[in-house]
Design a protein around this ligand. Structure first.
Ligand code: PEP
Length: 232
């Protein structure tokens, strides 16, 4: 892995394959030359269509079984066979919208590692936990499920900062990243409303090994600026 990590999570966007190809080509051109490990997590269906110079591909989720009667699910080997080298597990939208538990997330991470994929393992507290001062406790519990491997990177994504335009403060990030590093000793990305306007300030926080970016990764010029801040 070269340098810090810049990861784009497109979530369930864009709406068509034509738009996905166009967006990916723009991103490929704009990110060229940045001394970072660059990752793109498009929706599953676009994975086999994309082959990008200098950008590794990953899936936004994966199932924990290898094959069989699991309608609608996608296995680690299937992802590998269409070009993915990474997966995200435990994104808060999967934990909170789909209802995934820590145990399910752990199983997914282990299955992905077994297949030779690298993993971004997401953790993060909800707003009431932060307000009650329970954020370290909540994340500590989530971390107890993380398989410690050189192929795992943790993403700290406070749920109240994702897609809200409200990022965690440098102090909050510094505290949590130091805590995570002390517990599991892995690289830690920050995610939660990283934008062009805050990238420089957040990239300067100690123990930030990169960013996981949602909304702004759909705007290639802004995404390039975020990459520049990380590469400085
Ligand atoms: C994400 O989806 O992981 C994320 C951090 O989203 P956003 O950048 O839009 O807050």
């Amino acid at each position: 892995m070269e340098g810090r990590i810049l990861a784009a999570n497109w979530k369930m966007n864009p709406p068509t394959k034509e738009e996905a190809l166009k967006l990916a080509a723009e991103m490929e051109g704009l990110l060229e030359g940045l001394p970072l490990t660059k990752l793109l997590f498009p929706p599953f269906v676009y994975l086999p269509l994309l082959k990008l110079r200098g950008i590794e591909l990953g899936a936004q989720d994966v199932f924990y079984e290898e094959k069989g009667a699991f309608t609608g699910e996608v296995s680690p080997l299937m992802l590998k066979s269409v070009g993915a080298t990474w997966v995200i597990v435990g994104h808060s939208e999967r934990r909170n919208v789909i209802g995934e538990t820590d145990e399910i997330v752990r199983r997914k991470a282990e299955a992905a590692l077994k297949a030779g994929l690298r993993v971004i393992y997401c953790v993060g507290e909800k707003l009431p936990d932060r307000e009650a001062g329970r954020h370290l406790q909540v994340v500590e519990e989530q971390l107890s499920y993380v398989p410690v491997s050189e192929n795992v990177v943790v993403a700290y994504e406070p749920v109240w900062a994702i897609g809200t335009g409200r990022n965690a403060t440098p102090e909050q990030i510094e505290e949590m990243h130091a805590f995570i590093k002390a517990k599991v000793g892995l690289k830690v990305l920050y995610g939660g409303s990283v934008k062009e306007r805050n990238a420089r300030e957040l990239a300067a926080v100690p123990n930030v090994d990169g960013f996981l970016v949602g909304g702004a990764s759909l705007r290639p010029r802004e995404f390039r600026k975020i990459g520049e801040a990380l590469a400085e």
